[in-house]
Design a protein around this ligand. Structure first.
Ligand SMILES: O=C(O)C1=C[C@@H](OP(=O)(O)O)[C@@H](O)[C@H](O)C1
Ligand SMILES: C=C(OP(=O)(O)O)C(=O)O
Length: 433
């Protein structure tokens, strides 16, 4: 049953402490590393993001044995039995889809990996081509280049050198790096062209390193030899992408003092760049007491050019804040937004039009035009099955008296407590039937 949610805030002051769930990106890497490590690596602080819960459930079931009749026979949860084959449904979880493709490619047994309707439109051909070149047997079940895919038995490594395009999704590269140390001949990954979302690749290598896996990165070549994981635990930091919505709330408030425990200045998460971005909107970040304190300072607005290539998940947050403030900024690095949970560029354009703001595409550059901006009494925001559409527009409730969001549960993908956390600092929420 789906419910919308109505969000209001009667004043523009926001104070409080918000404990964010673990990073979905860190946690999904940690879970795959744990599964590959044969019991050596343990994850600490597992996130309750739905994407992570799904991935953890699948890996737990693999550990218990793919042929487990009870699980395979059930139509509930991620496992179903379809024409005698195990079908694993990862729903809308992009990283889980990509990481599991590499993971299952080198496991014994046959599995069909599928996902939500949107997942079937999110490309995976670059990763499948790379895995096939390595020696995996993979078939497309419906459309070439897209899930669902059938991962068959009989992986035999044919080469250690793989060329891969870097400009579509870094998740393909992470997926390959995660399995690299398990490959009998290791992996030498040659990244062709630009590398998008680079901090996510750095996060992967840093976490592998914490788990005892060494790498070399020279120019565009990353290599990992066949190696054993060491006995260790992988701690997961709270989610900086989730923190970005609190920075946006602070930016649209008159007065804000927020404490986000557990976040660190030298994070593995590239989205910690939100501290530097939001300094342009008068938000100071002070790292003390084991977390970050945000404070709104009365300052003129700062820079007007933002490149989101290294932090694409912050794009919606920052664009909505600029729109709300009438800050006519220019954005680059938005290319990959079109293949995420929805076409985020189109979704932003449609929803911003509801406050008279245009996001104008000129080749690789996007410009906000706020000349016709207006603040309505009420707003209805469509969310397109994209958690970040809901969360990025929620801070607007500091400016618009009442906002209704389609499908409140959409936020569960990465931040299940989002609405209750808003309530805890004085927003009012009401679910509609
Ligand atoms: O590796 C990861 O954890 C992620 C990488 C990014 O994707 P792309 O590399 O496709 O930009 C990001 O948008 C996504 O939310 C999480
Ligand atoms: C793009 C995202 O996730 P994924 O690619 O893992 O579905 C996201 O969380 O913004």
């Amino acid at each position: 049953m789906s419910h919308n949610i109505i969000l209001k805030k009667s004043n523009k002051t926001v104070n409080g402490t918000v404990r964010l769930t673990g990073s979905k990106s860190e946690c999904n890497r940690a879970l795959v590393i744990e599964a590959l490590s044969e019991g050596r690596v343990k994850v600490q602080n597992v996130s309750d993001a739905a994407d992570t819960v799904t991935l953890a459930g699948i890996l737990r079931n693999v550990e218990r044995g793919v042929a487990n009749a009870e699980l395979a026979g059930s139509n509930h949860g991620p496992w179903t039995m379809d024409h005698g084959l195990n079908t694993v449904n990862i729903g809308p979880a992009g990283t889980a889809m990509r990481f599991l493709t590499a993971y299952f490619a080198i496991q014994p047994g046959e599995v069909v990996l599928t996902g939500s309707a949107r997942m079937k439109q999110r490309p995976i051909g670059i990763l499948v081509d790379a895995l096939r070149a390595l020696g995996a047997n993979i078939d497309y079940v419906e459309n070439d280049g897209y899930p669902p895919i059938k991962l068959k038995d009989g992986f035999v490594q044919r080469t250690r050198v793989i060329n891969i395009k870097g400009n579509i999704s870094s998740q393909y590269i992470t997926a390959l790096l995660l399995i690299a140390a398990k490959l009998p001949h290791g992996l030498e990954l040659h990244i062709e062209g630009d590398l998008t979302s680079r901090p996510y690749v750095e996060m992967t290598l840093a976490m592998l390193n914490q788990a005892g896996i060494q790498h070399k990165w020279n120019g565009n070549v990353i290599s990992i030899e066949h190696q054993q994981f060491s006995e260790t635990s992988l701690p997961v930091e709270p989610d900086w992408s989730a923190a970005s919505y609190w920075y946006a709330i602070a930016a649209l408030s008159d007065e804000a003092e927020l404490f986000l425990p557990g976040l660190t200045q030298y994070s593995l998460q590239g989205d910690s760049a939100i501290t530097e971005i939001m300094a342009n909107f008068g938000i100071t970040s002070q790292f003390k007491d084991g977390g970050v304190h945000l404070k709104k300072e009365p300052k003129p607005l700062g820079r007007k050019i933002f490149d989101m290539k290294e932090c694409p998940d912050l794009a919606q947050t920052v664009i909505v804040v600029c729109a709300a403030l009438g800050h006519e900024a220019t954005f680059t690095g938005l290319e990959t937004l079109k293949i995420k949970e929805t076409d985020r560029v189109k979704a932003l354009q449609t929803e911003l039009a509801k406050i008279g703001v245009k996001l104008i595409e000129k080749g690789q550059v996007y410009k906000l035009d706020c000349s016709q901006k207006f603040i309505p009494e009420q707003l209805f925001i469509n969310t397109y099955e994209d958690h970040r559409m809901a969360m990025a527009f929620a801070p607007l409730a500091l400016v618009v008296p009442q906002i209704e969001f389609e499908e409140a549960a959409v936020v569960e993908k990465s931040y299940p407590a989002f609405w209750s956390d808003l309530e805890s600092v004085g927003f009012s929420t009401e679910f509609t039937a």
